[in-house]
Ligand binder design. Structure first.
Ligand code: TMP
Length: 254
């Protein structure tokens, strides 16, 4: 097969030029990083699980009318997505106190917030993705006021959908991060959901036990990340037939 052109390599994904104009292939790597890549490991099977889970969430969101970049899954590690101009913001929606919010405001992790809180971080690894306000976003022109209105309503729709779907399988959506991209249809431009939605970019807690089923398992050394992601995938019914372990090695039978 002809070698594809690599467009970008990030911490967890590689982007290749897609097979058709205006498309991109997202390849999900097994690399796990935390604390701006100060902590790194390769977790066999993580890429496959995130590819399947992101497909599941993006397809579901598309079905309820949320515009996304997802076109189709190509194989166990790759999906075809619509090319877009990524808005340089990480949009975080929080339902429960956790992570950097809990730390910043001295909150106990696990408490329900009075209402969903939306935060914005500048997408800039060199700066460690700093929290920014809408004032910064407007003043530096990272997004327009119309964009910010659209981003807020998109983020809250994604929150409602994901919270409901996950609640149905006994999982609390504590918080998550999304990215959006700009696409052009003739003279019009609009924003669509881009990047990925997976346990790498969400905090997922078992409703009964509080067990963490997301990347905090890796960040905080709480056990097997593959087991946690597999549990999410199993509950949502997205694992391929016959397997709780999509990348399981063949077992010898004596
Ligand atoms: P935080 O509490 O560390 O700010 O994270 C909030 C949410 O955003 C959490 O669900 C994890 C996700 N997240 C990312 O997807 N990428 C990142 O680089 C960081 C820091 C957080």
């Amino acid at each position: 097969m002809a070698r594809r052109k690599k467009i970008y390599e990030g911490k967890a994904k590689i982007l290749y030029e897609g097979p058709e104009p205006g498309t991109i292939v997202q390849y999900f790597k097994d690399d796990a990083t935390a604390f701006n890549a100060q902590k790194h490991d390769v977790i066999e099977g993580k890429g496959v699980l995130n590819n399947l889970l992101s497909e599941f969430f993006m397809t579901g969101l598309g079905n309820v009318g949320v515009p996304t970049h997802f076109i189709k899954r190509m194989n166990m590690r790759e999906q075809m997505v619509r090319a877009c101009e990524i808005v340089p913001l990480e949009i975080i929606v929080r339902n429960y106190a956790a992570g950097s919010l809990a730390k910043r405001l001295g909150l106990d992790e696990g408490g329900q917030l009075p209402r969903p809180i939306v935060e914005y971080c500048l997408k800039d690894d060199a700066l460690g993705d700093p929290l920014v306000s809408e004032e910064h976003i407007a003043a530096f022109g990272w997004a327009s006021q119309q964009d910010m209105d659209d981003i807020l309503s998109l983020a809250l729709r994604v929150n409602d959908f994901l919270s409901g779907v996950l609640f149905g399988v006994g999982i609390r959506l504590a918080d998550f991060k999304i990215e959006v991209g700009r696409v052009y249809d003739g003279d019009f431009q609009r924003l669509i959901l881009a990047d990925e939605i997976s346990p790498d970019s969400c905090r997922l807690w078992d409703i009964e036990t509080g067990q963490k089923l997301d990347k905090d398992v890796f960040r905080r050394d709480l056990g097997s990340l593959t087991d946690a992601y597999t549990e999410v995938a199993r509950r949502l019914g997205v694992l391929p037939r016959g397997g709780a372990t999509p990348m399981a090695k063949p077992t010898l039978i004596n």
